[in-house]
Design a protein around this ligand. Structure first.
Ligand code: 3PG
Length: 306
């Protein structure tokens, strides 16, 4: 069996060594395609793969057509909007993610960006503190839970909204549930976004929602750029000189944000939330183990295209 690791944004070496150990111990062969520069390279590499481990790499119908021996794709991470699930199902390919494995890394980066915004991008002027500020956690999954845990250490007043998570779960984590997404944005000084990109959530963070934030509001996005209505956020930030946008996913309109909102906008050059040795090891090894479990014993616990 040939297991391909196809990562445009490579794992830390220690993670690759770890997942290689899992794969070789199972008697399988590892192939590595890192930092590829064209889809042609991916199409070539998948030809003989029986399993593929990816990150945000795009697996579409064309890739699946080229991967004639493919049985399983594991997205080493949480969001799987980069995989065409219907095409995978049509090709008889199982798709899994590795939920929770990189969530602390993403949560820590969200706080890195919150502190950066509160301290005026470290420009030497007097900033503010996170203590006693109201934090809104938009979706209370694995990252949201970690954000809440860290926020307690900062002494923040913590609120969350999640359309699918029971309020008892939010309360059990010591967080105040709010009844609507509008209430979350109206209430909170800082909102940290942790929703997936789906047909329902795309463009949903819009002028109406962010415009409800109190004066000096900070929007932190470590989720997906697609959930932001960029045109409306630009209009709103033009109208309200107090708002800041911190993102780990460079917007399509990055040049416009950067030019119009110096000191109020920051984007990482490449998504860095899950880019830690620990997260790479956790997610990479989980992906390798899930592949071995699936190929040897048919275990499909984290399948997302059932
Ligand atoms: C995820 O969905 O797991 C995160 O967004 C991390 O994505 P990455 O593996 O491309 O860094």
């Amino acid at each position: 069996m040939k297991i391909l690791v196809a990562t445009d944004k490579p794992f830390a070496k220690v993670a690759v060594d770890g997942l290689r150990g899992e794969i070789e111990a199972a008697g399988y062969e590892l192939a590595l395609l890192e930092k590829y520069t064209s889809k042609t390279q991916l199409l070539e590499a998948v030809k003989e793969a029986n399993a593929i481990i990816i990150r945000s790499d795009i697996i579409d119908a064309e890739v699946l057509d080229a991967a004639k021996a493919l049985k399983i794709v594991v997205r080493a991470g949480a969001g799987y909007d980069n995989v065409d699930l219907d095409a995978a199902t049509a090709h008889g390919v199982c798709v899994m993610n590795t939920p929770g494995q990189n969530s602390n890394a993403v949560a820590e980066l969200a706080f890195g960006m919150m502190v950066m915004a509160a301290r005026n991008m470290y420009n030497g002027t007097s900033g503010t503190e996170l203590k006693d500020k109201k934090l809104g956690i938009h979706a209370f999954g694995n990252v949201g839970h970690n954000v809440a845990r860290i926020a307690k250490g900062f002494g923040m007043d913590i609120y969350a909204y999640d359309a699918f998570c029971p309020k008892e779960v939010i309360e059990a984590a010591g967080v105040k549930p709010v009844a609507s997404v509008e209430e979350l944005y109206t209430t909170c000084d800082v909102v940290s976004i942790h929703i997936p990109a789906t047909s329902e959530t795309k463009n949903s963070i819009n002028r109406d929602l962010v415009g409800r934030m109190p004066k000096g509001g900070v929007l932190v996005n470590t989720a997906r750029k697609e959930v932001i209505n960029e045109a409306e956020l630009i209009t709103l930030m033009e109208e309200r000189g107090d708002l800041k946008y911190m993102t780990d996913i460079m917007p399509s309109a990055h040049e416009t944000f950067a030019a119009k909102f110096p000191g109020r906008y920051f984007s990482t050059p490449k998504k860095m939330g899950a880019q830690t040795a620990e997260a790479n090891i956790n997610a990479g090894i989980a992906a390798a183990r899930q592949i071995v479990g699936f190929l040897k014993d048919g275990i499909n616990k984290y399948q997302v295209n059932k």
